[in-house]
Each structure stands twice: as structure tokens, then as C-alpha cells.
Design a protein around this ligand. Structure first.
Ligand SMILES: [Zn+2]
Length: 181
């Protein structure tokens, strides 16, 4: 009797204190304040994520790296020019719509006129190096040297005013917006 009673009471005390007191308090106390805080935190995280994703997509849509603008090509057989959008994995020369053969090369642009003025619509020039000719390329319109990534006439060069010079570029040049001036 003497030995049993203390053990019982101890068990009861510990059992009661563990079972009754903390769980009720914890259950009732924790959820109410934390659910409010967590609700705000979760909402803010979701909002921030949404804003970030929207922001990111807005700014990643514009410079799509695999969608270059069309550039002007020149057919080495007919010397006709045509616009074409470079594609990934495409090799040069490309199919020319004029010769129906692989004779299309990216054209270099010359904005000079014969008398040293600049024009809005360039002359599109077929580079000798594209044809394996190891001679400098000379612009057929103005007689100047044309190099890869041919530079524009320097700033301050007067613009050509007479129409022959302005439209001296080849036929499809009219469809090319003169944005590089
Ligand atoms: Zn020229």
C-alpha cells in the first residue's frame, strides 16, 4: 500500500499535467494569432511571386534571342536583293528566290553617293569574300570600298537631295525601313 500509493499519485500528477494543461493551451493559443500572420505572409509571398513572374515575362518576351529581324540578302547570280529572316542552323548561301539556287548571301550596305553625300536607302552590295574572291569589294554605285559591317558615312555628312541618289538602292530597298540613319 505504502509503495503503491506514491507511484499512483506521481503517475497521475505527471499524466494530468502533461495531458490536460499544455495541449489545450497550445491548441487554442497557437492557431489564432499565427493563422493571421501566416495568412499575410503567404499572401505577400504569392503576390511577390506573381509580380515577379509578370515582370520577368514582360521583359523576357521582348528580346527573344531566336527571333532575329529579317535582313537583306543578295543573289550572287542575279544580283537581286531580297529580305530573309536568318534561321538557326541555316548555312550561307541560302536559297535565292531569283536563281532558285543556293546563291543568297547577306548583303552589305553602302550609304554613300558618288558625290560623297549619304543616302537614306543604301545600295546593297555582294561581298567578294562571300564568293571566295580575295579582292576588296567595291560598291557598284559609288565606287567606294565596302567592308564587312560597312560603316555609315560619318556624322555631319550631308544627305543626298536628288531623287536618283536617294533611290539608288535596288528595287526591294523601298520596303526596307531606313532606320539606321
Ligand atoms: Zn556605295
Amino acid at each position: 500500500m505504502a509503495a503503491e500509493t506514491p507511484i499512483d499519485t506521481e503517475q497521475n500528477k505527471t499524466g494530468d499535467s502533461v495531458a490536460s494543461a499544455p495541449p489545450d493551451q497550445v491548441d487554442s493559443a497557437k492557431p489564432s494569432p499565427l493563422s493571421g500572420v501566416w495568412g499575410i505572409v503567404v499572401a505577400m509571398v504569392l503576390l511577390a511571386t506573381a509580380v515577379y513572374l509578370a515582370y520577368q515575362t514582360m521583359y523576357t518576351v521582348e528580346p527573344t534571342p531566336l527571333d532575329p529581324p529579317p535582313i537583306m540578302y543578295i543573289c550572287s547570280e542575279t544580283l537581286e536583293t531580297f529580305q530573309h529572316k536568318p534561321e538557326v542552323g541555316e548555312s550561307i548561301p541560302i536559297d535565292s528566290p531569283f536563281s532558285k539556287k543556293k546563291t543568297g548571301y547577306p548583303a552589305e550596305k553602302c550609304y554613300w553617293t558618288k558625290d560623297g553625300k549619304q543616302k537614306l536607302i543604301p545600295t546593297y552590295v555582294l561581298m567578294n569574300e562571300n564568293l571566295g574572291i580575295k579582292k576588296p569589294t567595291i560598291c557598284p554605285d559609288c565606287g567606294r570600298l565596302v567592308v564587312p559591317h560597312n560603316p555609315l558615312p560619318p556624322k555631319g555628312t550631308p544627305f543626298a537631295t536628288n531623287e536618283d541618289d536617294v533611290i539608288a538602292g535596288r528595287k526591294p530597298a523601298a520596303s526596307q525601313p531606313a532606320t539606321e540613319n
